[in-house]
Every structure is written in structure tokens, then in C-alpha cells.
Design a binder for this molecule. Structure first.
Ligand SMILES: [Fe+2]
Ligand SMILES: [Fe+2]
Length: 329
């Protein structure tokens, strides 16, 4: 945990001079010294060691009596399946969303100018994300080789990807790339410290703990880069782009932080144990009864803080978008 805090402490503060300096220099230099791909050995899971593959407190199915009664082996398997879903989400999000935003910054002729150093920084992020995907695939392969006969599932599209596609479908084409870059800046600054704490719990398998900490070592650096990139991008957008993109951010945040994808996966997972579709839908609905995305939820607060600090919420278009969904920002 200290390692993560250390990296977060290194994040640049956001004065205008620092913003420019960090965006044009620091990231590449820090990446050369400290990125996981430059400094860490390969990740092999030692299956002789004890421990769960996913934090129990992040798997709501384990709160339901019907599932609790199924015993320890099923609990272990549910957590293993939850970890597989976590890896699949990394593979899809980091390749499809983050890589494509970095590629746009590097290659495309955009309405916001990004200099060569920013492009190099974006290149380091692309390398990191491909490395993270490689590690995630390697972990999946090791798990599938070790636990022969483990049930496989079709994984629903993540809420993050769904939110980008849905909003882009409502925008004129000329705004889509800048919206995509801003959306990715928001994803990469939603660093969930709570999740890191959960994975550092006593009963988590030591290799999984180690893996998540290494991944977050890079993601803490990405947080700094994308926060500065978000501030720079927003400041340099024309009023026309701010009006269009600002207006749709509220809807985007709400969809992005939704849990439809998780719920759908939990239903399928649950069904494989209770062998009754209606019953599994009922179990998941019971667990989420009364849950709505609102500004009081910690992860929503994290995202809103980033939008506030980067001045995005002070724009009238953003304000009116949030007013439309009934959020007072
Ligand atoms: Fe990553
Ligand atoms: Fe990242």
C-alpha cells in the first residue's frame, strides 16, 4: 500500500506552470525509471499458495444466504470467476478505449494541438496498457491451465465502453474524437484507491496482491498524466466543442458508473450455481434493491472532484447537463 501512496504523492500539483512542465517532461522521465514493464519480472501465479483471487467484500453475491449456504468451495470459485471478469475488463478497456485515445493524440489531426513530448508521453501509456493486457492474458491462461473444467461465460460489454459508444452515437462526427479523449481522461483519473485496499486484504492470494499493486503502480502515473491532459485539453477546446461535450458529460458519467455490466455477469454466475434463471435474477435484484447512481457514492465523488478541479463543471454547458439529470453540482 505504501508503494501506491508514494506514487500518488508524486502526482503533480496543478498550477498552470506545473501543468505545462509535467505535461511536457516529467511523465516520460518517471516512466523510464519506474514503469512496470521497465522494472518488473514476469507474473507467475504460485498455485501452491493459499488465498482468494478477488476481494470478498467486492463480490455482493457472497452476501446472499442462498450462496453462503453453498460453502467454501463455491465461494472460492465465485471469487476466482470474479477475478477472471476483472482481467477481461482490463483487456477490453485498455486496448479498445485507452489505446485508441492515445493513438488519436499521436496520429490524428485534432482541433487541440498536442506537442511531440505529449505524444511521447501518450506513447508510454500505450506501451503500459499493452503490457497490462499481456499480463492479464497471461494470468487468464495460467488460471485456465490450472483449473481445468472451470466454467466459462460470455462477458457483457463494460459500462465504461457502453457509455462512450452510446454518447458518441448521439454526437456529430466532428466532436467524437475529442469526446473520446476526454472520456478516457475521466476513466484514467477514476483511480479506485478502495479497490487497491480491498486487494491488499489479508486473505487475498499473494501473487494476485502483487499483480494488482504492480498494475496500480503504472495506473497511479497514468492518473497524473491524464489529469493534466484533461485540464490542458479542456482549456484548449473551442467554445463550440465545450458546449457540445460539456452538455453530454452528465449522461456519460451516469452511464459510465452504472453497474449494469456487473449485474448481468453476477446473474449469469449465480445461475450457474442455483440453476434457475428467474431465481438468479431475483437474487441479484435483491442485492441491488434501492441502489441508484448518485453524487454521494464515493466513486462518483472521485470523478466529480476531477471534473471540478479541471474547471469542467464551472462551464455552463456542463452545469446544464447535470441539472437535467437532477444533480446539484
Ligand atoms: Fe492499465
Ligand atoms: Fe492506464
Amino acid at each position: 500500500m505504501n508503494m501506491i501512496n508514494l506514487r500518488l504523492d508524486e502526482l503533480p500539483n496543478d498550477t498552470a506552470e506545473n501543468l505545462q512542465k509535467n505535461l511536457t517532461y516529467t511523465y516520460q522521465e518517471v516512466w523510464e525509471r519506474r514503469s512496470s514493464i521497465r522494472t518488473r519480472p514476469s507474473k507467475l501465479i504460485d498455485f501452491t499458495k493459499m488465498g482468494y483471487f478477488f476481494p470478498e467484500s467486492k463480490q455482493p453475491l457472497l452476501l446472499h444466504p442462498e450462496i453462503i449456504n453453498k460453502g467454501e468451495d463455491i465461494k472460492y470459485e465465485i471469487l476466482l470467476q470474479s477475478f477472471k471478469k476483472y482481467l477481461i475488463d482490463i483487456i477490453t478497456l485498455e486496448i479498445k478505449m485507452i489505446d485508441s485515445a492515445c493513438r488519436m493524440i499521436i496520429e490524428d489531426d485534432l482541433p487541440v494541438y498536442y506537442d511531440d513530448q505529449v505524444k511521447l508521453n501518450a506513447n508510454t501509456v500505450m506501451i503500459d496498457e499493452y503490457y497490462h493486457v499481456y499480463i492479464a492474458r497471461s494470468m487468464l491462461h495460467q488460471i485456465n491451465q490450472h483449473f481445468l473444467g472451470l466454467k466459462s461465460f460470455s462477458y457483457p460489454i463494460s459500462d465504461a465502453s457502453h457509455a462512450v459508444y452510446k454518447l458518441q452515437s448521439s454526437l456529430d462526427k466532428e466532436y467524437c474524437k475529442m469526446f473520446h479523449i476526454i472520456a478516457v481522461c475521466i476513466f484514467e483519473t477514476t483511480l479506485v484507491r478502495e479497490l487497491i485496499d480491498f486487494f491488499n486484504a489479508e486473505d487475498i492470494h499473494p501473487c494476485i496482491k502483487h499483480y494488482v499493486n504492480d498494475h496500480m503502480n503504472d495506473e497511479a502515473k497514468h492518473y497524473g498524466f491524464f489529469y493534466d491532459l484533461l485540464c490542458y485539453t479542456w482549456n484548449n477546446l473551442s467554445e463550440d466543442f465545450k458546449n457540445v461535450i460539456g452538455q453530454c458529460l452528465a449522461e456519460f458519467i451516469k452511464l459510465y458508473l452504472h453497474i449494469d455490466s456487473d449485474k448481468l455477469f453476477y446473474q449469469k454466475l449465480c445461475e450457474s450455481y442455483v440453476e434457475d434463471k428467474d431465481k438468479s435474477i431475483q437474487i441479484v435484484n435483491d442485492l441491488y434493491k434501492g441502489f441508484v447512481i448518485s453524487p454521494d457514492i464515493p466513486i462518483v465523488k472521485n470523478v466529480m472532484n476531477v471534473l471540478k478541479k479541471s474547471n469542467i463543471t464551472s462551464h455552463n454547458a456542463t452545469k446544464s447537463g447535470f441539472a437535467k439529470i437532477g444533480w446539484n453540482i
